[in-house]
Design a protein around this ligand. Structure first.
Ligand code: URA
Length: 236
């Protein structure tokens, strides 16, 4: 791909602005040689003001979503894109959240510009496990694990039962739950279906990948190994 389009597609500026960067000698090869609009270079070898460029299409990042941020730019209020470099919001193909977390949920949100990967993780038939830490309004009764594991629980206004989910009690009002689907408000609706109410919801892992020490509001790129690893724990 031509340099101008390549750099513009990464969100660094409009094509006009990128031409300006070339004129100003800000786009160079690794050894500092200025590039021209005709240059065709693997983008890993391109430098802008001496710095490497962001990864090209196929980028996946994890964000530790804080409370109060929405995943969709069409919702009012603060959006997760505000926590990322501004240029990420101008990428083409667009960077999109991999499944949503509600405004009042926190935790691990993957984002990618790879539509096929996004689909592979979020499609109803995908069985990538997602783990949530749940704080409940009422103490666990001890019956939840069996109900959730049964594969027969129906949510209101749905026509197919939920796939079996794994629940571990942590404290009287706290549980860890792993699901392999991603239905609308699934965790909150599961607990509502058995007469409880979710007060706090935190996603701690997707496909066995956890947040590690990533602080709330921070993000980092995933390595190729981590991306491949998302599917290793795919439930049968
Ligand atoms: N289930 C929910 O109810 N909310 C989320 O944010 C994620 C899963």
């Amino acid at each position: 791909m031509r340099l101008v389009r390549l750099v513009a597609n990464l969100g660094y500026g409009s094509q006009k602005e990128v031409r300006g960067m070339i004129r100003d000698g800000r786009l160079t090869s690794e050894d500092g040689t200025p590039l021209t609009a005709e240059s065709r270079l693997d983008h890993r070898l391109i430098r802008l003001d001496g710095e490497g460029l962001d990864p090209g299409p196929g980028m996946v990042l994890m964000l530790h979503k804080p409370f109060g941020y929405t995943c969709s730019t069409s919702d009012p209020g603060r959006v997760v894109y505000e926590l990322l470099p501004e240029r990420f919001g101008r990428r083409n193909p667009v960077l999109a959240p991999v499944g949503r977390l509600d405004r009042d949920s926190t935790g691990l949100l993957l984002m990618t510009d790879d539509g096929a990967l996004l689909h592979r993780i979020t499609a109803p038939r995908s069985h990538v496990p997602k783990t949530y830490e749940v704080t409940l309004a009422r103490p666990l009764t001890g019956e939840e694990a069996a109900v959730f594991a049964s594969g027969t629980l129906m949510l209101r206004s749905e026509t197919t039962p939920l796939a079996p989910a794994l629940l571990e009690a942590v404290e009287p009002c706290r549980a860890r739950i792993t699901i392999v689907e991603g239905r609308y408000h699934q965790i909150k609706r599961m607990f509502a279906a058995i007469g409880n109410h979710v007060e706090q919801l935190h996603r701690s892992a997707v496909g066995g990948l956890g947040l590690g020490g990533l602080a709330s509001g921070k993000w980092r790129l995933l390595t190729q190994g981590e991306i491949a690893g998302l599917f290793e724990s795919e439930a049968e």
